[in-house]
Write a protein that binds this ligand. Structure first.
Ligand SMILES: C[S@@+](CC[C@H](N)C(=O)[O-])C[C@H]1O[C@@H](n2cnc3c(N)ncnc32)[C@H](O)[C@@H]1O
Length: 383
C-alpha cells in the first residue's frame, strides 16, 4: 500500500485501460524523438516514462510522490534504461529540473479533470518547466453535463437513510449524502437532454483552477430526473484523445453523478438549468450545483447543493480555521513540538522516542508506538 493515494493494483488498472493508455502511447509516439527531453508528471510505476525512453527520448524526468516510484526505478533498471530516466520522488510544484522539457506528459485527473492538485500543477508546469515551443499532453479536456434518469443510483444514496431508517429520523444524514457526488457508470439512454459544455480546460492557456458556469437544457422525453451526469473528452494532441461519455467505451474514469435532493417528474419541453461551481479549497475541490427545473405547466423545483454540506464539519472545527482565531498549542502540539525540536542531527529517532515516553507518560502504549510516531515526523520533516 502506498502512502499517497493509489496502490500498485490501482496503477495496474490505469495501464490496463486500453482506451486511455493507447491514446497516451499514440500521443507520445507522435511527439517524442531523439532530441526530446520528456517530463512524466505523476509517473506512478513509471509506465509513460519508460515508453518515452523506448521511443528514443534524449532524457526523461519522472516525478511522483507515491512510493510506487521505486517500482518505476526497478523497471527502468530491468529495461536497461536506468541512465536515461531520472526519477524524482515528490510533487512537481516543489521540484527544479536542470533543463526544461520539450514534452510534458501527465494524467493527474480523477473521475473528472477537476481533481486536486491537477490544475495548479498544470499551470505551474507550463510556466516553469515547459520549454519554449514544448508540448503538453494532454492539450485540453472538455467537461460535459446532462440531466439524467438514475433511479438506481439515487436509491443507492438514499436507501440507508430512508428505507433502512427503522423509524429513526435520519434526515440530516440523508441531506449530507445527497450533497456529495460519486463515480458511477451511466447508459446513454439515461441522459434526458443534449449534453452541454461546463468548461474547456486548455492546459496551454489555463490560468484558473476554478469553474463557474450556468448551463441549461430542454428535456426531451417524459421521465423522472435524478440529477446531473458529468464526464469529459480528453484531447491529448490534435486528433488524439478519448471520451469518458456514457456512449463511449467504459474507461477507468467512468462518469460523475451529482444527485438532486429528490426525483423530479419531467416532460418534454421542460427547462432545466444549473449553475455549477468548483473551487479548490485547502487542496480539495468544493463543488456547488444549484438546479432549477421549470415545467411547461408552470411547476418549479429548486435545489441548492454543495459538497461543503456533505463534509460534516463541526462549528468547533470551523472556529479553528477562522482567520481571526488565535491558536494556542494543545497537548498534541506539545508532543509534536518536542520531536521537531530534537531534529538537530544530534539524537536518533529511537532516542527521541525514549524521551517522548518519559516526558509524556500515557501518550504512547509503548516505545514501539512512540518510535513509529517519531518515524512519521522524521519522514515528513527531516532529511
Ligand atoms: C492517475 S495517476 C497516473 C499514473 C501514471 N502516470 C499512469 O498513467 O499510469 C496520477 C499520479 O499522479 C501523481 N501526482 C498528482 N499530482 C502530482 C504532481 N503535482 N506531481 C507529481 N505527481 C503528481 C499521483 O500521486 C498519482 O500517482
Amino acid at each position: 500500500v502506498s502512502r499517497f493515494g493509489y496502490t500498485v493494483r490501482g496503477f495496474g488498472a490505469m495501464i490496463a485501460d486500453r482506451v486511455r493508455t493507447e491514446a497516451y502511447e499514440a500521443a507520445l509516439a507522435r511527439t517524442v524523438g531523439p532530441t526530446s527531453v520528456v517530463l512524466d508528471v505523476g509517473t506512478g510505476t513509471g509506465y509513460m516514462a519508460l515508453l518515452a525512453c523506448r521511443l528514443g527520448a534524449r532524457h526523461v524526468y519522472a516525478v511522483e510522490p507515491n512510493d510506487a516510484i521505486n517500482l518505476g526505478r526497478a523497471a527502468a533498471r530491468a529495461s536497461g534504461m536506468g541512465d536515461r530516466i531520472t526519477f524524482i520522488q515528490g510533487f512537481s510544484t516543489r521540484i527544479e529540473l536542470p533543463e526544461r522539457a520539450d514534452v510534458i506528459v501527465s494524467d493527474l485527473r480523477g473521475v473528472l479533470p477537476l481533481a486536486a492538485p491537477h490544475l495548479p500543477s498544470a499551470i505551474d508546469l507550463r510556466s516553469r518547466l515547459l520549454a519554449e515551443g514544448g508540448v503538453m499532453i494532454p492539450l485540453s479536456d472538455t467537461i460535459w453535463v446532462a440531466p439524467v434518469e438514475a433511479e438506481e443510483q439515487h436509491r443507492r444514496i438514499t436507501a440507508p437513510w430512508t428505507e433502512h431508517a427503522a423509524g429513526l429520523d435520519l434526515t440530516a444524514s440523508l441531506r449530507a449524502a445527497l450533497n456529495d457526488w460519486e463515480k458511477t457508470r451511466f447508459a446513454p439512454e439515461q441522459l434526458l437532454a443534449q449534453p452541454q459544455v461546463l468548461a474547456t480546460l486548455d492546459y496551454r492557456t489555463l490560468t484558473s483552477s476554478s469553474v463557474d458556469a450556468t448551463l441549461s437544457w430542454t428535456v426531451e422525453r417524459e421521465s423522472s430526473g435524478h440529477g446531473l451526469a458529468v464526464w469529459f473528452d480528453a484531447r491529448l494532441l490534435d486528433g488524439i484523445g478519448f471520451s469518458t461519455a456514457p456512449h463511449a467505451p467504459l474507461t477507468i474514469y467512468s462518469q460523475g453523478y451529482f444527485p438532486w435532493l429528490r426525483p423530479v417528474a419531467l416532460r418534454p419541453g421542460d427547462r432545466v438549468s444549473a449553475r455549477m461551481t468548483a473551487h479548490l479549497v485547502s487542496n480539495e475541490y468544493v463543488w456547488g450545483w444549484e438546479t432549477r427545473v421549470e415545467g411547461r405547466d408552470g411547476s418549479m423545483e429548486h435545489f441548492k447543493q454543495s459538497t461543503m454540506l456533505a463534509r460534516m464539519l463541526s462549528p468547533e472545527l470551523l472556529r479553528l480555521h477562522a482567520h481571526d482565531h488565535r491558536p494556542v498549542l494543545a497537548d498534541e502540539g506539545r508532543v509534536a513540538r518536542l520531536v521537531l525540536e530534537r531534529m538537530d542531527g544530534s539524537v536518533t529517532v529511537g532516542e527521541i522516542a525514549t524521551e517522548l515516553q518519559l516526558r509524556f507518560p500515557g501518550r504512547f502504549a509503548g516505545w514501539k508506538e512512540a518510535l513509529s510516531y517519531v518515524g512519521e515526523l522524521s519522514e515528513a520533516y527531516s532529511s
